[in-house]
Design a protein around this ligand. Structure first.
Ligand code: TYM
Length: 335
């Protein structure tokens, strides 16, 4: 039987964080043999907020190398840059014309991100962001989409849009499921544990980046906000969010249960917890960084992967797009 498909992506809009790793990348690596996988670097999504061209170019390559460094095997999975496959932009337009504005205005990510901009400078791309994301997923007929918790609403939107298309034009798209990890789906900021850790947040002690040195990781984690309870246990209370976040990072990296972790830290202080998290994070990041540095120094390696990835992705995407064009009534280009 053919394997089911998976598609996911990360925006090259900043330095990848341990949140991106624990919420998304780590799952991708774990699922790469179970599914037929497509992983893109979503540069078209990145430009929904202003990007410096040189930085966008550099980050796109950096993210691609990090995919491989984190453990994705480019022979077994397809790694590609979204803008290299023009079907994404085209399907996005076709779907835009079927998307009710109300669905877009309802998206919490749009509300949050547009609130941070001056009203007149909010780009229409930010509003249409979920439609482009739906196009990414639907082009590959993905069954499952491994993402962090913050993408739940975008996945619901994608499902609604796919259903709408199918009911208007006949069964065309697979209806995708979100695949959200049990531990690590929502890593919080170290400096403010009530806000999601984000690669676009610029304060120094907010996020652990995948390319941070061990000394920097240690400095950031030792400064992480905790509380005055002095008790190490999982909790959903807002005033214990900092300790809960450290425990969550520890759990996502060790795979231990809540009980095992609480027993391990019983009677110990926050300093011990922080040191243990530093050790786990650095143990995980060290081999990833070694591979990353090797890949970036290997001339032509990344280009070969991305060329091969675009070719494989395009073959699948074009096939779906062709069907969509026909169903919607576009005249085929005469040959
Ligand atoms: P982006 O680049 O914001 O995030 C990439 C992935 O990392 C997850 N993530 C987190 N997980 C846990 N804790 C955090 N603090 C955290 N921050 C980010 C995100 O949930 C995501 O899985 N819209 C997507 C990109 C995208 C996409 C797609 C994803 C475009 N097209 C198609 C899946 C399928 C995004 O915002 O990524």
């Amino acid at each position: 039987m053919a394997k089911q498909r998976v598609l996911s992506g990360i925006q090259p809009s900043g330095n990848l964080t341990i949140g991106n790793y624990l919420g998304a990348l780590r799952q991708w690596v774990a699922e790469q043999d179970t599914y037929e996988c497509y992983f893109c670097i979503v540069d078209l999504h990145a430009i929904t907020l202003p990007q410096d061209p040189a930085a966008l170019r550099a980050k796109t390559r950096e993210v691609a190398a990090l995919y491989v460094a984190a453990g994705l095997d480019p022979e077994r999975v397809t790694i590609f840059v979204q803008s290299h496959v023009s079907a994404h932009a085209e399907l996005s337009w076709l779907l835009t014309c079927l998307t009710p504005l109300g669905w877009l205005y309802r998206m919490t990510q749009f509300k949050d991100k547009s609130a941070k901009q001056q009203q007149e400078s909010v780009g229409a791309g930010l509003l249409n962001y979920p439609t482009l994301m739906a196009a990414d997923i639907l082009l590959y007929q993905a069954h499952a989409v491994p993402v962090g918790d913050d993408q739940r609403q975008h996945l619901e939107f994608t499902r609604d849009l796919a259903q709408r298309f199918n009911s208007m034009f006949g069964e065309t798209f697979v209806i995708p499921q979100a695949m959200i990890p049990k531990a690590g789906a929502r890593i919080m900021g170290l400096d403010n544990p009530t806000a999601k850790m984000s690669k676009s947040e610029t304060s120094d002690y907010h996020a652990i980046y995948l390319l941070d040195t061990p000394a920097v990781v240690k400095k950031k984690l030792m400064r992480a906000v905790t509380d005055s309870y002095g008790e190490i246990r999982f909790s959903s209370d807002e005033d214990r969010a900092g300790v809960n976040n450290l425990l969550t990072i520890y759990q996502a990296l060790t795979g231990q249960t809540n009980d095992e972790i609480e027993a391990h830290f019983a009677g110990r202080g926050y300093g011990d917890l922080k040191k243990a998290v530093v050790e786990q994070v650095n143990d995980r990041l060290q081999p990833l960084q070694d591979t990353y540095n090797r890949l970036m120094n290997e001339a032509g390696y990344l280009d070969r992967i991305l060329a091969q990835g675009a070719e494989r992705a395009e073959a699948v995407a074009e096939k779906t797009l062709q069907t969509v064009r026909e169903r919607m009534g576009f005249v085929a280009r005469p040959v």
